[in-house]
Write a protein that binds this ligand. Structure first.
Ligand code: NAP
Length: 300
């Protein structure tokens, strides 16, 4: 599958604009092809198969689907996955003990704790229990801190996948005004930090931000990471901005993101489709970072 940049020639009222479609699905497919070769090389060299352990606590159907998709992605590149399922009344101590077991297993290269976990569990404490070298989902404070300080660590998968998509499409970041709407631990905060590390001037907006429109109107790079359908209006987007939408909300006609995308191809210089932009890059990054971890543990 080729990931040649797709360019849509469109006529805007004021200027001729070429909007680049940031095609995450195509890029993820291309990366998987390369990962298969790396997995084969690990197997040939060590006689062992890279393994991602996924932990699902409780029976949330959406979480079960995500875990299944992650297991399928492992299979596609020739990796194995261990699927740990724990009952919804699991305690923090029981979950931490299971994480320790996986931390200590020579066979496991990466650990994914599917979030959210049931309310009685201290989710943060359980994330922190994951060993840095197996934190392929980039959820620990230590990993976040090291990433922020530009030391080696696995980045949180969704923002790391977005950075990959931006770099792959040669989007210039240095000196750009970036606005990230959302400040969650897994998405908004690491996204802002990664853009800062790429020399953007970064603003982070959240639910207490005054006059969101005014911040978005300044943005040359805009990331929607709010979880509210079409909260960010297309009329706020500056001509020539790069528009990244992490949200997905199913609708009768397919789905919408956190950004109103109507007419965005006439305004943006580049944008992620919804779906098919950010989503495929998230799981792809998890698998890629697990292969990185397996290579590192094998001394490759
Ligand atoms: P989250 O934990 O619910 O965080 C949402 C953030 O948005 C919070 O920081 C919140 O501010 C802010 N916010 C909410 N309403 C706002 C408003 N009216 N104005 C400005 N900011 C507002 O969500 P998340 O996990 O980061 O996810 C965000 C989006 O990304 C969702 O659409 C989710 O589905 C999507 N997502 C996609 C992937 C993927 O793989 N594609 C992965 C993860 C998330 P406060 O901090 O002040 O509450």
């Amino acid at each position: 599958m080729s990931t040649e940049t797709k360019t849509t020639e469109v006529s805007a009222s004021s200027a001729q604009v070429s909007a680049t479609l940031l095609d995450g699905k195509a890029l993820a497919g291309e990366i998987e092809t390369a990962l298969r070769l790396r997995v084969d090389a690990i197997k040939a060299k060590t006689g062992r198969t890279p393994i991602l352990a996924t932990i699902l606590v409780g029976e949330d159907p959406a979480s079960a689907t995500y875990v299944r998709m992650k297991g399928n992605a492992c299979k596609r590149v020739g990796m194995d996955s261990i699927r740990v399922e724990m009952p919804s009344n699991t305690t923090t101590e029981e979950l931490m003990a299971k994480i320790d077991e996986l931390n200590n297993s020579q066979d496991v290269h990466g650990i994914l704790l599917q979030h959210p976990v049931p309310a009685q569990i201290d989710e943060r404490a359980c994330f922190e229990q994951i060993k840095l070298e197996k934190d392929v989902d980039g959820v620990t404070c230590l990993g976040f801190g090291r990433m922020s300080m530009q030391e080696s660590a696995f980045g949180s998968c969704t923002p790391q996948g977005i950075m990959h998509l931006l770099h792959h499409n040669n989007i210039e970041l240095a000196g750009k005004e970036a606005v990230v709407v959302g400040r969650s631990a897994i998405l908004g905060k690491p996204m802002a930090q990664m853009l800062l590390n790429a020399n953007c001037t970064v603003t982070i907006c959240h639910s207490k931000t005054q006059n969101l429109a005014a911040h978005v109107q300044r943005a040359e790079i805009i990331v929607g990471a709010v979880g509210v359908p079409e909260l960010i209006k297309s009329e706020w987007i500056k001509q020539g901005a790069v528009v990244i939408d992490a949200g997905f909300h199913p609708t009768d006609t397919g789905g919408v993101g956190d950004i109103e995308m109507r007419g965005v191809e006439n305004i943006a210089s580049a944008y992620t489709p919804v779906p098919g932009g950010v989503g495929p890059m998230t799981i792809n990054t998890l698998i890629r970072q697990t292969v990185d971890a397996a290579e590192k543990s094998a001394g490759l």
